[in-house]
Structures are given as C-alpha cells and as structure tokens.
Design a protein around this ligand. Structure first.
Ligand code: KLS
Length: 303
C-alpha cells in the first residue's frame, strides 16, 4: 500500500526533491494544470505555486520556468517515486471539457508535452524537460462532464504505444456518490488509483467515522469500484494532512486515522490502495511526537 500526496500548492513549499527524499511518500501528484484549452482555445495553463519563475511560453499560460521541478523529477524517479501530473484542482479558471475533440487534443497535448520525450514531436513544449511523468491525475472540482472519460481513454491509447513502460491514471473524487465531476469517467474509463476526498464534504467524511455521525462511505466506494470500468482500481483514503489543510472540522489525528485504516484495510484488502494526503507541505508542518503526518500514515500502513 502507498502514501500519495499532492504537491505544488503548499504555502512556502520546499522544492519537490525535499519530499522525494522522504520514505513516507510513494506517489506525488504535481498540481495543477488549471487552465483548460476550452478557456483559451490554445495551450493549457498551469500553476505550481512558488516553484516556477513566472515566465510563460509565448502566447500561452503555460509556465516555461519550472526549473526546480525540471531538476527534481529525475531525482524523484531515481528514488522510486511515482510522479503524476494533476489536472484541475480547486482553484481553476473555467475548467470544462466541452467536446470529445478537445478532450482528445488535451490528452495528446499533455502526453507529448509532459510524457515520454519524443524527438519527432517538435511542436510540443517540454515544461519539465525531457523526463516523463508517470501518469495523469484528475482532481476535477467543477463542471464535470463526459469529456473526462474520452480524455482518459485517449491517454490509454497513448500509453499503449509505450508497452514496456507503466503509466497510470488517477482521480480525486469528492466522497459523495456518484461524484458529480468524475462519476461518468469512473464508469466509462479505467483508473488505476482513486483517492477519495473524505474531507470538505460533511455527509461522508472520515471525521464522521471518528465522531460516530454521518456516513463515512468507504464501503460504498468499494461497490463503485466493483461496478466501474476497472474493478482493479486501488481505492485510497484521502485525508487532510493538518488542521488547516482542509475546511474546519475534517482533520483526524494519526490515532484516529489508525483505527479507521486498520478497519477498512482489513475489510477490503484487495481494493485498499493506501492513504492520500492534501497536502505535502501541510504534512511537513504537522509533526506529532517527532513524526510528520505522512510518516504517521506510513507507519499505520505497516511500513
Ligand atoms: C485533491 N484535491 C484537494 O484535496 N483539494 C483541496 N483540498 N482543496 C481545498 C478546498 C478547500 C480548502 C482547502 C483545500
């Protein structure tokens, strides 16, 4: 099982390699590609907080100066980390996929720009240099729609052109079922990981499990997986990494998380993928008994 973290939107965040040096983090979602082609009818735009120098590729909102990310992804991959590029995020401008054509174009653009470097594809920028990300994450928080299934299926076609390399698709639905944004994609396209945000939604949060209120619905999410396009999808418990990493009232302590994780890891071992944290810097800033929140999660997973 794995600990997945989001990175890129943390306050005064250290560089990526700082987190790759930690054994507590296995999968790192780089957030976010947050301006979609529909909005600008051109190249997508992105934002990685303080990690880029603000310079853009001409006539675009795509950052060309993410020097530290460029330098650190090879270090992270050499340390065995899985590095995902995350699409969406809570702070997006006009996030929507209006047509299948745009969905396919968007997937192709991200693959040729952030995926394996292909000398022949000179039309595409290489914002992170010649190293490839390991896959694409969908943190879709608005508008939803059928375009995401089309995009994921196009990514799967492109992955198949590199049969000897493993690439992943992941998503971060809200815990309400069906998730308004990704429900269609989950039913119609294959995800490898789904890290459910069991926070920021009162009806189904992990805090409900702790307080004996509401309905923490991990068990229902197992049924969603079993009926999805990929019953093999690994299901992660998404948690805030500190009190102030999510809306008030959703944080649970490591001890509380331990009880929850041990119960559900025990109930559904074949579906349980691990724990997702929002987000990396918040975890670093939340040490309890000398261990960061992510380290506590890694210990809970038995590693
Ligand atoms: C996986 N994506 C997130 O977890 N986004 C997220 N937590 N956004 C956010 C929303 C409200 C307060 C703080 C963070």
């Amino acid at each position: 099982t794995n600990v997945a973290v989001y990175y890129g939107q943390g306050a005064n965040q250290p560089r990526l390699s700082h987190f790759c040096e930690q054994t507590s983090m296995d999968i790192i979602n780089l957030g976010f590609v947050n301006t979609f082609p529909d909005a600008v009818l051109g190249w997508p735009g992105d934002n990685f907080g303080n990690q880029c120098d603000g310079v853009l590729f001409p006539e675009s909102e795509l950052l060309s100066g993410c020097h530290q990310i460029w330098e650190d992804i090879p270090i992270c991959k050499a340390m065995g980390k899985t590095i995902m590029l995350s699409i969406g995020g809570a702070y997006t401008t006009n996030e929507v996929i209006l047509t299948d054509e745009i969905a396919i174009w968007f997937a192709n653009f991200l693959w040729y720009s952030f995926g394996p470097y292909q000398l022949s594809e000179t039309l595409f920028p290489r914002p992170f240099g010649n190293v490839s990300v390991d896959g694409f994450d969908f943190d879709i928080e608005h508008n939803g729609g059928a375009g995401y299934a089309t995009m994921i299926n196009q990514f799967r076609e492109l992955f198949n052109t590199y049969p000897d390399q493993k690439f992943y698709i992941s998503g971060a639905p809200q815990c309400s079922i069906p998730d308004a944004q990704l429900g269609d994609a989950i039913a119609n396209a294959a995800f490898d990981f789904l890290w459910v945000q069991f926070y920021n939604t009162p009806a189904c949060s992990a805090a409900n499990y702790v307080n004996g209120t509401g309905n923490f619905n991990f068990a229902e999410w197992v049924d969603v997986i079993r009926n999805s396009a990929n019953p093999e999808t690994k299901l992660f418990v998404g948690l805030p990494a500190s009190e102030d990493a999510a809306n008030p009232g959703y944080y649970i302590t490591p001890d509380e998380a331990k009880t929850l994780v041990e119960e559900y890891m025990g109930l559904y071992p074949e579906h349980f993928g691990g724990i997702m944290l929002w987000e990396a810097t918040a975890s670093d800033n939340n040490t309890i008994d000398g261990f960061t929140y992510a380290q506590h999660m890694k210990h809970i997973l038995g590693e």
